[in-house]
Design a protein around this ligand. Structure first.
Ligand code: T3D
Length: 264
């Protein structure tokens, strides 16, 4: 049987999606995009899923677009039509990740280059192994950071570092990425799996609707006034105040016990 390009595995309430083209450092083909899109849509639609993990098989996380993919769009005139590839694959992927109704953790197990780096940044919490690195490789082939790179980089690390990373394409080691605030955490390689497991266990038992609303509010703040943000916070809290999880959280506090959230 042929290996899937995205390995999907479900354990408890956690859905794991592993990019699975290890010989080409899990670089994206159109086919792999299709599988990832379908897997994310399925996870989003499944009430049994309360956290998603994205990682890579083998020694790399993802080397961005597969530069050998024969499926790379060529326009009618035979010239490359990169906009078509972005429109079909990368744009929907970044937006899908942002809109996931459950937390998405990215475990960066090795090099994350080009769109591979920026798709990691589109996830909610990024943990990297110490041997991993982030490379805005686009400048080496005459392109700009895409897949949200020009959005995420300045917001996460500031304009000066964003510009340096994007214009030089240097390898940023995982520890430095964590020190700069590009990612949540860098851990020794042997601790990546247990750290990620513990994080997923925590997220999968959390009040899922509250986390989804938190994510929505934080993303919205990037382009909002304080007034608009206060309005959004009020509206989201109104909805959450009616949730079962809010009732359970307050009850558990009063009863001095651990809450049992259902994600409802
Ligand atoms: O359509 C569009 O172009 C629009 C979308 C653009 C989005 C983008 O992502 S553009 C950026 C594309 N990515 C790159 O430019 C990164 C290219 N890769 C590298 O620079 C290096 O491979 C790495 C720095 C990521 C890792 O270096 P290293 O020394 O650890 O590994 P390696 O030996 O270079 O690669 C291992 C294998 O993976 C190798 O295959 P081989 O020789 O063993 O058969 C290499 O060719 C393959 N590989 C790595 N990256 C890609 C790739 N094959 C196809 N596409 C790749 N992007």
């Amino acid at each position: 049987m042929e290996e899937p390009l995205v390995r999907v595995c479900h354990s408890g309430t956690v859905r794991t999606l592993a990019l699975n083209r290890p010989k080409a450092l899990n670089s994206f083909t159109g086919e792999m995009h299709g599988e990832l899109r379908a897997a994310l849509d399925a996870a989003a639609a499944d009430d049994a899923v309360r956290a998603v993990l994205i990682t890579g098989a083998g020694r790399g996380f993802c080397a961005g677009q597969d530069l050998n993919d024969p499926g790379m769009a060529a326009g009618a005139d035979g010239k490359p039509d990169i906009a078509a590839v972005i429109e079909k694959n990368y744009r929907p992927l970044a937006l899908r990740l942002q809109a996931m109704p459950v937390p998405v953790v990215c475990a960066v197990n090795g090099v994350a280059a080009g769109a591979g780096a920026n798709i990691a940044l589109a996830c909610d919490i990024v943990i990297a192994a110490q041997s991993a690195s982030f490379i805005q490789a686009f400048c080496k082939i005459g392109l700009i950071p895409d897949s949200g790179g020009t959005y995420f980089l300045p917001r996460l690390v500031g304009a000066a570092r964003a510009m340096g990373l994007a214009m030089l394409g240097d390898k940023l080691p995982a520890q430095q990425a964590a020190d700069w605030g590009l990612i949540w955490k860098c851990v020794p390689d042997v601790e990546l799996a247990p750290t990620v497991d513990a994080l997923l266990a925590q997220l999968a038992q959390a009040p899922t609707r509250g986390l989804a609303a938190t994510k929505r509010a934080l993303y919205a703040s990037a382009a909002a006034t304080l007034e608009a943000q206060l309005d959004l916070e009020r509206d989201l809290q109104r909805e959450l105040g009616l949730s079962e999880d809010y009732r359970e959280g307050v009850t558990a506090f009063k009863e001095k016990r651990a809450p049992r959230f259902k994600g409802k």
